[in-house]
Design a protein. Sequence first.
Length: 264
Amino acid sequence: MINAIKDGLIITKRQLLQLSRVPEVLIFSTIQPVMFVLLFRYVFGGAINTPGSDYIQFLMPGIFVQTVAFTLATTSVGLAMDMTKGLIDRFRSLPIARSAVVLGRTLGDATLNIVVLLVMALTGFIVGWRPSGGVVSITAGFMFLMLFGYAMSWIGVLIGISVRDARTANNLVFLIVFPMTFLSNAFAPTTAMPRVLQYFAEWNPVSTMVAACRELFGLENQFGVTAGSFPSENPILMSLIYIIVLMVVLIPVSTAKYKRTSSR
């Protein structure tokens, strides 16, 4: 286990070195979230009613969660490309733990989130975002986001080693992440949704994460027909449960599948 972690950190270092050699990856990884912040702030913000708070305060936790949820896209596409190029077979010829490649990939993608979240937070601050939670609470919110992004990256591992190429991985990611993020409380209160969708939205892992971050950033949550439910009353705990379940299930399943999978 210790050797696997050491080898995984070496693979993580490889990924980070790739960012310095191909800076376009880092640039485009930050541009899209910043565009979302600006678009929702100035294009949709005036049309969405958020009683009791300015829309930018409501929006930023949702944008943060959407961005780290898309970590699975980076992981799945990158791993699918490595599988197609035969890079995985070269890794397997090295005296390293079999699980080190997927461990290093997920850690590297999670590390990239630090930069992305920092740029987004700065952009949000420029356009008026002012979290009112204490320093400890706000820090906990960002740590929570990092943990959620890491858990989501293991979905990306499973996708990346299950599909035939990077294009398929990218398309499948959008089919998963877009319904999760837009059928949630990330960009608008769920109270305006049809009753059935409210139940789905407020039990959605993205919604509980957004509610947890809003609570940690000092914003009061808004719930619809499921007000009083366990997720609405305990968004932080519910989010932690989702994160633990994702990692407990997906890490062994994805690692085992990777060990059985050969390059394409």
